[in-house]
Design a protein. Structure first.
Length: 167
């Protein structure tokens, strides 16, 4: 029996922040995790090495969209800068097929903005002005289908917004 795969194009996606589709983005990049390893040399064993797996390292995610009259992202960054509560949020990137069905969802657990910038403004430009939001996050959940925050109900410190991990 041969397994069939349903490949989808990368141009149909939405971003949910705390279970609400918050904006349309033209680009999303950087979703990923790397497991760092620590090599151990065992005395007398010359033909191989042992290694321990260290903590995972999640790469920053960069979201780009056209600048609008919304200042939601700046308000989120301002909350981080002023150290107000509930800074961390769950952000889900939902990938759809041509029929509009959710094929896969990547949830950035405990995401926090670590960067924001706007494109260069030029008097002779004809393109849309873009803003870029960079997010760091505490964990990653990947689901087939999915969406609407699969981490709902997990323990969370409501003062800081930190997620306490799997229950």
């Amino acid at each position: 029996m041969t397994e069939t795969f349903n490949y989808v194009t990368a141009n149909r996606f939405y971003v949910e922040i705390d279970s609400q589709i918050s904006a349309s983005f033209s680009e999303c990049s950087g979703i990923g995790v790397t497991l760092k390893t620590q090599s151990i040399v065992e005395g007398g064993v010359n033909g191989q090495q042992r290694f321990f797996i260290d903590n995972p390292e999640f790469s920053n995610v960069i979201l780009k969209r056209g600048i609008t009259d919304s200042v939601d992202f700046w308000a989120w960054i301002k909350a981080v800068l002023t150290n107000t509560s509930k800074q961390r949020r769950n952000v889900s990137i939902l990938l759809f097929n041509q029929a509009g069905e959710t094929m896969q969802a990547w949830t950035l657990v405990g995401a926090i903005p670590v960067g924001w910038k706007a494109d260069a403004l030029q008097a002779n430009a004809e393109s849309v002005a873009l803003e870029e939001l960079t997010l760091a996050y505490e964990g990653l959940k990947i689901e087939k289908g999915g969406g609407s925050d699969p981490t709902k109900g997990e323990p969370r410190d409501h003062k800081t917004g930190y997620f306490m991990g799997d229950s």
